[in-house]
Design a protein around this ligand. Structure first.
Ligand code: GUN
Length: 300
């Protein structure tokens, strides 16, 4: 069997178009432009690339983008003061502090100082608690993007066995909550899980989010299962030329795509959906702040 490729790039373009249409509508009917503030502390090259790309796409859907670049040695108090200023700025509907932050800054303190209503990452403890109890919240972007693709492919997820590999706060745990919310039977596997291949073989849905290149082989996959690959790992690719690299997921695409029913590729799967969901969350935050009608299908 050769798996259907779930095209995250095309899906993300559709989500962004939906966001852009709704942004134009609220601009026209309410005179409000959604605004996203992104804060980057330090000069991590990968983070710089992400932040640039987020800013560009924010503007492309008609929103305002506010970028705040702080030196790597910025005191924690200065970052907290900036967040306080953004919390109180009515033009800013979403705030994202790019992670990781430098070691001298307490990440939890920073995340929990963001107004939960503007926490477009969905990392604030209030949003984590709301999601965990099935209440309206801001939902972390990567798992939200995965959920959208799964719903689109399967229709109903009710009763399906889902195995998530990885227990991070950013992906694994919120992904579990979202799939539970859609009535899956959910297992979170991790580095200490016994008989991981057997656990994964039970799954109708596999979400791989461990950050280990190509660790899931095809013989762990139940024939016909849906595989969502959250990993983005950069490997050296001397075959492409000196100093060249290539991106691979946490899944061995070559073997898994022979067994799975559907699979997200890397690149072009989950990655583009994450930024699209960030824009969707910013729009959602703006609609909730203004009491405007929320767009359909862009939240959990
Ligand atoms: N760094 C890597 N992924 C993320 C993310 O989803 N949100 C933030 N704020 N930082 C990140």
């Amino acid at each position: 069997m050769t798996a259907k490729i779930i095209d995250g790039k095309a899906f993300a373009a559709k989500v962004r178009a939906q966001v852009a249409t709704h942004v134009a509508k609220i601009k026209q009917s309410h005179g409000v432009t959604p605004g996203l503030a992104v804060v980057l502390v330090g000069e991590d090259p990968a983070s710089q690339v992400y932040v640039r790309s987020k800013g560009k796409m924010t503007v492309e859907v008609g929103m305002n983008s506010y970028e705040h670049k702080l030196d790597a040695d910025t005191p924690e108090a200065d970052l907290l003061a900036l967040i306080d200023q953004l919390n109180n700025d009515d033009n800013v509907h979403g705030i994202l502090v790019q992670l990781p932050v430098p070691d001298h800054i307490n990440e939890d303190l920073v995340i929990n100082s963001i107004n939960p209503a503007k926490d477009v990452d969905g990392f604030h403890i209030s949003n984590v608690g709301l999601l965990g109890t099935g209440q309206k919240s801001m939902v972390p972007c990567t798992p939200l993007g995965c959920l959208m693709m799964l719903r689109d492919y399967h229709g109903s997820l009710s009763g399906l066995d889902a195995v998530i590999i990885g227990r991070s706060n950013i992906v694994g745990k919120p992904m579990a909550q979202l799939l539970l919310g859609d009535s899956c039977t959910v297992t979170i596997a991790h580095s200490r899980t016994r008989d991981l291949p057997d656990v994964v073989r039970r799954a109708d849905i596999v979400v791989a989010a461990v950050g280990r290149p190509e660790m899931v082989p095809g013989d762990w996959i139940k024939p016909g299962a849906t595989v969502i690959d959250v990993g983005i790992n950069r490997l050296d690719a001397p075959e492409k030329g000196e100093g060249k690299t290539r991106l691979v997921g946490d899944v061995d695409f070559a073997s898994v795509s022979q067994v799975a029913g559907a699979i997200t590729p890397v690149p072009g799967g989950v990655g583009p959906m994450t930024i699209a969901c960030l824009l969707a969350n910013t729009l959602t935050a703006c609609c909730r702040a203004g009491g405007f009608e929320e767009p359909e299908g862009l939240t959990a």
